[in-house]
Design a binder for this molecule. Sequence first.
Ligand code: GDP
Length: 364
Amino acid sequence: GFKCGIVGLPNVGKSTLFNALTQTAAAQAANYPFCTIEPNVGEVAVPEPRLQKLAEIAGSANVIPARMSFVDIAGLVKGASQGEGLGNQFLANIREVDAVVYVLRCFDDEDVTHVAGKVDPLADFETVETELMLADMESLEKRRANVEKKAKTGDKEAKAQLGLIDLALEQLQEGRPARNAQVPEDQRREWRMLQLLTSKPVLFVANVDEDSAATGNAYSRQVEERAKQEGAIAVVISAKIEAELALLEESERAEYLESLGLEEPGLNRLIHAGYQLLGLSTYFTAGPKEARAWTIRTGWTAPRAAGVIHGDFEKGFIRAETIAYDDYVAHGGEAGAREAGKLRQEGKDYIVKDGDVMLFKFNV
Ligand code: GDP
């Protein structure tokens, strides 16, 4: 599954947000218990109203949402890369995530100490990102000598790798994250294999006070502005409110949201932003046994998408019977859509579209 890592300075609301995420998941998917993989890793159900609708039409006994993981990556402080806590566990945690969520404190509260003495979300962002850039430089410099030696013996792979290492180092030494580097299209894979902390796509969470949950505040506007410059997404959330929302029943939740002037929980916006950031799409399978949402990268072909269900589906792929979500609903399900000529037979080159309802035919 896809994973987002939550980073930020201490006391900005990371744990509050993480707990809200994981508790909401438990509430949303009663038949799909939230599982704590490790204390700091949680799987959440991706909010997906279309899935419920499909389940009703197909008369599915079970509804299984797509999942996304969040990792609470604690331990980032100024000087962390100099050994102030950026331990191996921390690095391992953050290396394996697909995207990084920066939680930035945008609330004043005299009772909550700010590690730098003053609320300043952009300064906090710089502090955290600087530590990640320093960690990247260190790991690149460690690897460089070896790779250079190999490259000198004429090893083509090492030569290409050396070029990428130097490209990254050049970026980082100028104080820019690795994600800003111009990487040739045909070297993207090798680039990803460098596993740099600052080459991952980023998302900003502006954690505002309870009164600013619907409107945002001066701090969160700074964050939004900064995100815009980066071409990144900023989500304005009040972690404290999300934590309260997570504990409410569905009906109470709607009422509370309305009283706050919110259309949906901030967590839904966060999860959807994560989807967008990672370039993900959803397809569905629906039958009497279960209706289920599956996550793929946008642009994946039918066999690759089938592989998310089971490796054999990809290997033995023959074709996919496909109905667009809107057609499925408009014609009251599979039989109706088939009759109306809306069930398409798609082959191995078909690019799966968001919302497709799929049935895979395969050889075993
Ligand atoms: P972490 O160290 O980043 O994980 O931060 P925590 O989630 O433990 O939060 C630190 C403190 O800030 C706790 O006392 C939270 O209750 C408080 N806090 C978190 N989010 C908010 C918020 O949106 N508003 C206010 N007033 N306090 C918050």
